[in-house]
Design a protein around this ligand. Sequence first.
Ligand code: APR
Ligand code: ZN
Ligand code: ZN
Length: 361
Amino acid sequence: MAQQVQAVIAPGKDEPVRVETIVIPDPGPGEAVVKVQACGVCHTDLHYKQGGINDEFPFLLGHEAAGVVESVGEGVTDVAPGDFVILNWRAVCGQCRACLRGRPWYCFDTHNAKQKMTLLDGTELSPALGIGAFAEKTLVASGQCTKVDPEVAPEVAGLLGCGVMAGIGAAINTGQVGRGDSVAVIGCGGVGDAAIAGARLAGAAKIIAVDIDDRKLETAKKMGATHTVNSRTSDPVEAIRALTDGNGADVVIEAVGRPETYEQAFYARDLAGTVVLVGVPTPDMKLELPLLDVFGRGGSLTSSWYGDCLPSRDFPMLVDLHQQGRLDLTAFVTETIGLRDIEQAFARMHDGDVLRSVVVF
Ligand code: APR
Ligand code: ZN
Ligand code: ZN
């Protein structure tokens, strides 16, 4: 039987979000209904609300979530009611060229839930990033659910579903940070800090944190940064070179999404180093570089898509490392809040006061 739950809707471009009653259908073939226990507030939710992603309003926001499977539809064998799961954006097909080449994060044919969640009047909702978890319950494809150790706190587990995975994955999967490497991370918000934690996990010898805000640099030290650079007061490229015997860093991770920081990342790497771009630019931004500088540098310049993660491999592994005390995911949770507090959480995010506000149910 379809059921009614409370959820946070973005009704229209730039309108404040509001709590509404929504209707969740019974899971159809390949689908699951998940009782959400925690969901982090991410920048992408704000972008959806502002109409920056598309105009398929009304949106059901929230996509960094963990919870318990309540019921499953026909043919679902990968998860069962009672399983504690972290949600991911897309159920991959396993059969397209990208999937067969072992890069399912580029899957061309993802299968999210086919049925729609609706408002009481039948208006269909667009779930943000295919999830929509600022809701007591949500409908997803079973392939979006990854089982993990149920002992982990839900507000910590949920973060692996987006920002923290994007950052850690940028370091360990995309950047392939190795033992003894020097790593520079430009932009130390939640994503950059996660990249720092990932670099520490991978055994980097030097981790240089760059930000324009001293408060962020203090937090970055707690995540594992060995050196900090305030790029308002000193040139970050010069500073990174000076800290790496004049060479530049083996891996530079850009986690801001602006032309000037993309350019800094480009020049702060060792000639054979890797630049990993995680910060998302806006459509109007451009980068102009002398071609000779592009040609004259080896190494690689790459972007990281969802931390190039394999949820079934990476989510349980990172939960395990957290449980063992080797990766402190709790440090990313600045505050836990209720469904009605999301507008304030957006404001605090804008002011740079939080790494993550997490809605708990
Ligand atoms: N140079 C260095 N750091 C900067 C600059 C700059 N010019 N401008 C902003 N920053 C810092 C901010 O001070 C902040 O600490 O970048 C950090 C950005 O952090 P958040 O706003 O918390 O964003 P976060 O959630 O970490 O995401 C960063 O990654 O996935 C993408 O869409 C996301 O583009 C965003 C980026
Ligand atoms: Zn595929
Ligand atoms: Zn997100």
